[in-house]
Design a protein around this ligand. Sequence first.
Ligand code: HEC
Ligand code: HEC
Length: 246
Amino acid sequence: MDLAAGEHQAKIRGCLECHGADLGGQVLALTPIGPMIPPNLTRGQGSVTAQYTDADWQRAIRHGVGPGGRPLILMPSDDNTSMSETDFAALVAYVQSIPPVDRVNQPTSLNLLGKILLGAGQLPMLTVERIDHTQQPKAVAVAATAEYGGYLAGICSGCHGANFAGGPAPGLPPDAPQAANLTPAGRATGWSTAEFATTLRTGKRPDGTQMQPQFMPWPAFSHMTDVEIEALQRYFQSLPPADKRT
Ligand code: HEC
Ligand code: HEC
């Protein structure tokens, strides 16, 4: 199994940003609706995955469902639903190869406000509910093509919308900047590939404004290869302009 390829997936998909560089879990944010604590994915003390079967990895990472059918909160599984079997197998092999870390974290949970909003249907926190579970794993050749960009853009659609028109991103606080419009109706398709790459890798736009990593997770994308970034840009340029998020 290609562990380096698996590590690359873990980086660009943000697993290491959220679950910690050692994958031992961490308190990521204290949100108004409760603490966000991505759990310990290693085999050490405090592990939530020690008893995982192959099917458990698939359900959690692609479908947002934990063992026993528990809907996962704030775990962006929608990014990975259509991940290729090759990338997925490499990712899981990499996660399983991580040295055990002993760290017992509190579980991610909703506080009273979170539960009230969830009950009122105002919280798109349970990824299982927004995933199209009929999506099949894709297999796309790695190249600077719009087709491969469309595959990678699964990482962006949770926040930027299924049609990439942007708008309020699920899981971000109400005072967070809205996710940008990445279709030709926005501005980024007009940037040069070098400008687009610098924006994704540093969070700094061509006009000099700096994006904050807690809103736009560019530190994860800083690990993307030139081919991945060019493929993404070609894909966004190929989209129909859209103003309204779907
Ligand atoms: C935005 C932050 C974030 C990112 C990115 C993220 N996770 Fe998670 N993940 C979470 C949170 C929060 C939970 C806890 C959900 C819960 O317990 O309801 C979680 C839960 C999980 C679980 C389920 C654990 C259990 O309780 O059984 C697995 C497995 C997992 N993540 C793996 C991954 C992998 C692999 C990646 C990269 C492809 C990843 N996560 C990316 C935040 C994240
Ligand atoms: C966790 C949510 C989230 C994810 C995931 C995400 N973005 Fe963003 N993105 C944002 C937000 C929020 C902004 C606006 C930030 C600001 O204005 O400070 C943004 C802004 C941008 C911009 C700037 C565009 C402009 O016109 O200013 C680009 C380019 C971008 N994102 C590309 C991507 C790509 C490509 C991916 C996937 C590989 C991605 N984003 C994934 C939330 C996200």
